[in-house]
Design a protein around this ligand. Sequence first.
Ligand code: SF4
Length: 421
Amino acid sequence: MSSEGHKTLKGRTMYIPEMCWGSAKLVAAAFGAVGIDSDVVPHSNDSTLEMGRECTSGEECYPQQVTVGDFLGVLQRGEKKAHEVAFFMPRAEGPCRFGQYTYLIRKILAQKGYGEAYVFSPTSEDNYKEMGGAATDLERRIWQALVTANTLRTFFLKTRPYEKTAGTCDRIYEEEIISFQKVLKNPAFNAKKRRELLAEALEEAVARFKQVPVHAGDFPKIGVIGEIFVRQNPFSNDDFIRKLEGHGAEAILTGIPEWVAYTRSEEQRKLRDVKRHFSKAMLTSKIRGYIQKSDEHSIRGRFHDELKGIYAEPEIESLMKLGEWYLPQYGALGEMALNAANVVHFYNQGADGVVDLSPFSCMNGIISEAVYPKISRDHDGFPVRIFYFDGTQSNLDRDIGIFMELVRNYQRKKKSAKCLS
Ligand code: SF4
């Protein structure tokens, strides 16, 4: 295992940022299976955010302030000394500031006197090389964790807006995540056995969601896209999805596996650009892609009939083609290209609108916002609205209400266009 200077993960507890609680819990279990004691950082709150703000200049991205605050919160609780703690902070090359997070976090921890804490930071390119012999097993466990958590959340969000007793779906979701942890944490199961067990556990979880007493109805379906951390993390987005549901809508949230598939397709595109079509790197990437698709097919694919149409996760290659006209993958990198493609995807699948949840001053958000009016005009006035977050929301409920008015107008137009055709 290589290290940051003299540091290693041995003897430390590693904390994972809470982007999406369920996914982070299962990723922690995956690390546990390869002998790394891991957990998710405690939920963010106003004082952790304040700590994050105090050590940043204001020019950093909001997710970075939240994450730094969460890490400092762990250390300030004092339950563990800095040399007993590690923080998981994956890195990715890309067009924005994400690549700088790790360096700044290390600097802040050192300035605060926590220089002995280890920031474990595998890159999107080295694929956990730091883990040595356990890297392949760990990478696959993490992928299975992400697919399982994402599938569970799809059923959760599909049911919660209609539940008769508030809190029922939240409870089921949390209980099921804890039960999936047991499968992912067990080092005895090989990858094939593990995915079978995860799929079976998911079937039981889905059966529980189906038994939840619900109100009849079919709410407007809203695609939720945007910056990956803010759209997934309820603290950062001011619990947007719950508020949206309060306005009588159902959210379809784009998941983390989409980003993994995107980075893989980018890796292969870059290899093709430098004429390395038949290289070892290309072969490795293709095999990894094949294995990931096969796991996804075994886990999520089991629910094909229930998760088709608007709930389906499109193949990344066909998804990216949808946005080519607006922000092509070959010119615009990262989430902005995914955002444009997803708006068209949700329109094609019959959604009633799309919201983009992005951090204030996020480069991806700003560029996406610039093309949304054109995409909307080209698609029958499909409602698309960006919501920016920096922890100072004033009247989110009112703004969601205004957006939902647009959605209902669009629904009426959609219905009359259908009657006339
Ligand atoms: S996507 Fe936006 S918020 Fe995230 S690192 Fe890049 S610029 Fe910052």
